[in-house]
Design a protein around this ligand. Structure first.
Ligand code: ADP
Length: 221
């Protein structure tokens, strides 16, 4: 399970963006998190992905409380969660060809020998032709770059996926294709999903259950 217990998290001074929010994700299930822009969904998603240390509360990942965050988190915990953001251009190193972007987590984990098989396999899954893999981010479209970011998020076979407005910048057919890739991956691996968004139609179609931000504070659904 991925348990967010009474999380309070913010960005420095002032009222925290997230106040006493609890949410439990079951393995193999998909949860949509809906709410208006600015309510704190991304901040909570970043806590769930071990990228943002909460001020209070506990993240429990498959039974183990998380005590260290970002690069300080143990590799086993860090690599258990794959994350895809809304804006691929902010998430992708502009210097790296798409091939290296997808391979980077494998290299960082000392798993270079897998690059030769995993990168082409994932590129195929997300619909990136071999000709695109040699291009850098400025030479591809937002949709193509987001496909590469999704491949990168899957390359270490995470048990959990956090998709934060993954399709918000994409045309309808690319959005549907990427949701399809996530669902195929989940069917193969049994990974759990947190999909953050503001579009109830998309999330209700995509996810087993959809929770609204306003239902979350101060209780554990
Ligand atoms: P949502 O994903 O629901 O749009 P966010 O979690 O991105 O909401 O933002 C919640 C609040 O935190 C907003 O008021 C936003 O302005 C603020 N915020 C988000 N990121 C930062 C940041 N890096 N620095 C300062 N404030 C931030």
């Amino acid at each position: 399970m991925l348990e967010l217990r009474s999380i309070t998290a913010g960005h420095g001074r002032g009222t925290p963006a997230v106040r006493d929010v609890s949410l439990t994700l079951e393995p193999g299930t998909s949860t949509g998190l809906l709410g208006p822009s600015g309510c704190g969904k991304s901040t909570l998603a970043r806590v769930a992905a071990l990228l943002h240390r909460p001020d209070r509360g506990t993240l429990v990942l498959d039974g183990t409380p998380v005590t260290r965050w970002r690069h300080r988190a143990p590799r086993e915990q860090r690599t258990a969660v794959g994350v895809v953001f809304q804006q691929p251009r902010l998430a992708a190193d502009p210097r790296l060809p798409l091939h290296d972007l997808i391979a980077e987590p494998l290299r960082a984990c000392g798993r270079r020998p897998e690059v030769r098989t995993r990168v082409p396999e994932l590129a195929g899954r997300v619909g990136l032709g071999a000709d695109l893999l040699g291009r850098r981010p400025h030479e591809v479209s937002d949709g193509q770059l987001q496909r590469a970011c999704l491949a990168r998020a899957l390359v270490l076979r995470p048990r959990w996926l956090v998709c934060d407005e993954m399709t918000a910048m994409l045309d309808a057919s690319t959005a549907a294709a990427l949701v399809g890739v996530v669902e195929e991956y989940r069917a193969d691996t049994g990974a759990g999903l947190l999909a953050v968004g503001h579009d109830p139609v998309l999330l209700e179609r995509w996810c087993d259950r959809t929770v609204h931000w306003s239902e979350l504070a101060g209780r554990t659904p």
